[in-house]
Design a protein around this ligand. Structure first.
Ligand code: 5GP
Length: 112
């Protein structure tokens, strides 16, 4: 079954897209936890970070991290937080690899 993010990539579901290339798509989170909350989504639908094989990691991770740099440049922010939730106990709800990009407010130290 397709993930929500595959449906967004295929334009079957609407989303506010900030950036897109061959490897990643960056969309606004529908329930933002900060003034700037984007999702950096790999175009390959791997369910979680832990399930990415090394070859995919080598391809996708640099692209996803570069996307974070590009988001910051585009928004004109210097400070931001990146988060990957791996698995349900870590808070993952969409099982398609993505990195949260959060900015625009002071972040606490509390990760709980
Ligand atoms: P996770 O909890 O898996 O780390 O993150 C999934 C994120 O996807 C959540 O922050 C949630 O708000 C966001 N999300 C879930 N469904 C949609 C959707 O249909 N559109 C967008 N733009 N974001 C979504």
């Amino acid at each position: 079954m397709e993930t929500i993010f595959e449906r967004i990539i295929a334009r079957k579901l609407p989303a506010t897209i900030l950036l897109e290339d061959e490897f990643v798509i960056v969309i606004q989170d529908i329930y933002p936890k900060a003034p700037h909350h984007y999702l950096i989504i790999s175009k390959k639908a791997v369910p979680s970070l832990q399930q990415m094989d090394h070859q995919d990691l080598e391809i996708y991770m640099p692209k996803m991290i570069m996307a974070a740099q590009n988001i910051a440049k585009k928004l004109g922010v210097e400070d931001y937080r990146l988060i990957v939730n791996n698995g349900p106990d870590a808070g993952q709800t969409v099982f398609h690899l993505h990195i949260h990009f959060l900015a625009g407010r002071t972040m606490g130290e509390n990760f709980a």
